[in-house]
Design a protein around this ligand. Structure first.
Ligand code: ASP
Length: 274
C-alpha cells in the first residue's frame, strides 16, 4: 500500500486542513516517495499561509532565515538559516543529490542555491509582519505569558510544514520552516537536525513539529522511529507526545503498514492511501 502524510504545523489553524489535503493529493501523483514529499513541501512553501518559504516567520532583528531538510534511507540533505530563496526544500534536496555534503548553512547555503540556479527571492509577507508586531505588543503589555513559555506557543507557534511518504516500497521525509517566532538570528530548530525534526530509514519515516529546542532535547524523531519497530505507528506517536506533557508538539509517521498524524494541539494534516 502506498501512503503519504502531510502536516501544516503543531498549533496551526484547523482551517488549513483543506489546503493540506489538496497538496497531499497533488503530491501523491509523483512516482517516487522523494519526489512526492519534496513536491508536498514545495506546494506548502509557496502558500503564504504556511510558515515555510513564502510567509516564513520574521526574526527579532527583522530578517528571515529558513531551515529545510529531506531524508531517504541512507541519505540526507539539509539547509540551515538559508535566506532569500523561494523554496528551501528544493535546495535541501539538491544538497543531497548534487553536492558532496549533507548540510549547508548560512551564506554557503545561499551561494550553493544561486549556483544551482535559484534566483534571489524575498519570502516576506505582511501577514507575518503583523503577527510579529502583535507578538511584540502583547509581550510588552504583559498580555501573554513570558517568551518561550509553552503557553506563549499556544498562540504563536504554527504553520511549519512536513511530509512523509511510502511509495513503491520506498520511504522519504521532508520538512521546511521559518522557525519559531521572534528568535535570535542564527537560531536553528529541530527541522534540519537528523533524528530530531526528521528521520527516515528502511522501515519508516518521521517528521516533527513544535518547539524545536524541546524536540532536539529529546531527539524525538529517531526515538519515535525506534518505537515503531516494536509497536504500532499510532502507539509510537502517542507515547512520544506523552513525553512532551503540555509542550506543543506534533508528529507525522509512517511504516510499511500504517500512517499517523498526531499533536497535543490542533495540527492540520492529511493522510492518503491507495
Ligand atoms: N519545529 C519548528 C522549529 O522549532 C517550528 C514548528 O514546528 O512550528 O523551528
Amino acid at each position: 500500500m502506498d501512503m503519504i502524510v502531510l502536516h501544516g504545523g503543531a498549533s496551526a489553524r484547523p482551517e488549513l486542513k483543506d489546503r493540506v489535503k489538496k497538496y497531499a493529493e497533488i503530491a501523491f501523483e509523483k512516482e517516487t516517495a522523494l519526489e512526492a514529499v519534496v513536491e508536498a513541501v514545495r506546494l506548502m512553501e509557496d502558500d503564504p499561509l504556511f510558515n515555510a518559504g513564502t510567509g516564513s516567520n520574521i526574526r527579532i532583528d527583522g530578517s528571515i532565515q529558513m531551515d529545510a531538510a529531506v531524508m531517504v534511507p541512507g541519505d540526507f540533505g539539509g539547509v540551515i538559516n538559508i535566506e532569500k530563496v523561494k523554496n528551501p526544500v528544493l535546495v535541501a534536496r539538491d544538497v543531497m543529490l548534487h553536492s558532496p555534503h549533507l548540510i549547508l548553512a548560512g551564506d554557503g547555503a545561499v551561494q550553493f542555491a544561486r549556483k544551482m540556479g535559484y534566483e534571489e527571492y524575498d519570502p516576506y509577507t505582511e501577514m507575518r509582519r503583523e503577527k510579529r508586531e502583535k507578538t511584540i505588543r502583547k509581550l510588552k503589555n504583559g498580555e501573554i505569558p513570558e517568551y518561550y513559555h509553552p503557553e506563549f506557543f499556544k498562540e504563536f507557534l504554527g504553520d511549519t510544514v512536513g511530509a512523509v511518504a511510502y511509495i513503491n516500497g520506498e520511504f522519504a521525509a521532508a520538512v521546511s520552516t521559518g522557525g519559531t517566532i521572534l528568535t535570535l538570528r542564527g537560531r536553528v530548530g529541530d527541522s534540519p537536525i537528523v533524528g530530531s525534526g526528521i528521520y527516515c530509514d528502511s522501515h519508516g519515516a518521521v517528521v516533527a513539529t513544535g518547539i524545536g529546542e524541546e524536540i532536539i532535547r529529546r531527539t524525538a524523531s529517531i526515538r519515535l522511529y525506534m518505537n515503531m519497530l516494536h509497536s504500532s505507528v499510532e502507539d509510537a506517536c502517542d507515547s512520544m507526545i506523552e513525553e512532551f506533557n503540555d509542550i506543543p508538539v506534533g508528529f507525522i509517521a509512517i511504516n510499511e503498514e500504517a500512517a499517523c498524524a498526531k499533536s497535543n494541539l490542533s495540527m492540520p494534516s492529511a493522510i492518503i492511501k491507495r
